[in-house]
Design a protein around this ligand. Sequence first.
Ligand SMILES: [Zn+2]
Length: 544
Amino acid sequence: MSKIKIFSLGGLNEVGKNCYVVDVDDNIFIFDCGLKYAHESLYGIDYIIPSFEFLVKNKKRIKGLFLTHGHNENMGAVADLVRDIPELKIYASKFTKYMLLEDGVSEKNIIEIKANKAIKFQELSVFPINVSHSTPDSLMYVLNTKDGAICYTGDFIIDPMMHGSYSMDLGKIAYVGKQKVLATLCESVFSEKSGHTSPNHRLTEFFKDTLNHHDERIIFLVQDNNIYTIQDIFNGAANRHRKVIVMGKKLQNLINMSIKEGYLNIPNNILGDLSDIDTKGSILLVAEDRETPYASISKILNNYDKFIKLKATDTVVFAVQKHDSNEKILVKIENELAMCGCNIVSLPKEKVLSLHASAEDLMLMIKLLNPKYYIPVKGDYRYMVGNADLAQNIGISKDNILLKQNGEIIEFVDGNQVECFDKVPVNDILIDGKSNDDVGSLVIKDREMLSENGIVLISATISRREKVLLVGPVVTTRGFIYVKDSQEMIEEIKRICEIIIERNITKEYVEYTKIKNEIREELGKYLYRETECKPMIIAVVQEV
Ligand SMILES: [Zn+2]
């Protein structure tokens, strides 16, 4: 009989940052460790990860981190966690391992696992099962305890046509359900979509059609690690005598590895090289990532791409998932492409690129696993509620469906839920990719201020010996439009600063701090009065 705690450090009521913790009699199992993409309002922030405070404090009790698949929302924070816990053991399938290595995670931390082979931890064990998703080798996990199994589905769809490294072991899932399942944590992203997700993810015919109708050059924009869609593009391009050219080192490496390891099956002689780039009918594969949406096509549009020069006869196919947060950028890009004379092809509305479980997929999974307690995870809260409703529809009692927020603990004693009011500390850690450190809200505030109001820089030079103003004050502005056109305003700014500087210089001493503070304050007031803007004001005063 056991004491089990389940909570998430991220992933509930949000998209990404998935990190679920199961604590069985003081043995900690972590499932997934993902990042969340920053939205536009977080200036210059590349991504967000969960706070690992709890895990670092309890690192001695951690048995391992178990990854479901190679999407950044599920594994994108692993490198950050390893930095905090260098001895961390990470269990991952072969494809996920490749993605981890690409992310800079050391091989010595990774234990490659295969589905259907239990990983034993004395009386406990973790059992991986194949599921179908858009990356190969995706897994779900079953953690076996004395009080029953705890299942975590990861992302999945149910499509019997998917095979090989995309196949799903429904038989095994049903078998687990026939044993005792204490709790199931199941994704919610597509819970509001009716029916099965399949066959809306099958795109071969759509790509074939697109190729039939456009015999000039085609540029396919693809999600950087959506191997399933890339396979569909190759399928569509088979037997056409058109060359496919893979652009960019990262995508080339991924595709080469995928061909070598059998994740991608491509027709013979279909791959071209840079010499085919301007050939009529060539097919270019260009990767976009979620971190900088549409950056690659923007680069091409602005003529910054080394190899691809856009032609009016080009067709651009958007095989990347649309997101609300970057819709504005997409509209701008489509307009610019249209102005260049290019054809634009978007996916039909019903088609999907992210393979998540829709209502019927979810209900089948719940039915097969037949858990005593059901815990919707992954996705905005309304989708978690939608997921909960589905579980209730098929007979799980409302009291046993547990809707939580990050950090809230679900506790089971001897297989029954007991009330638990404790909370684990959770937080968003903002990462600016270049520093790999938490940036913090003050920096974001500065960046917000800069982006909205610009900057006014006052510089002046004072002679060390005579203590008189030698040069300046010089006024420089960036992004603060009002001053640029107004000589009058510049003169007034200079006058204000000059008065402040003069009154803070004595024969022996210059009050630098006072000068800086007073300039910031008085100039700030003046500029606000005149322009209703609050630019960032920086005063630089030096002695020579
Ligand atoms: Zn995924």
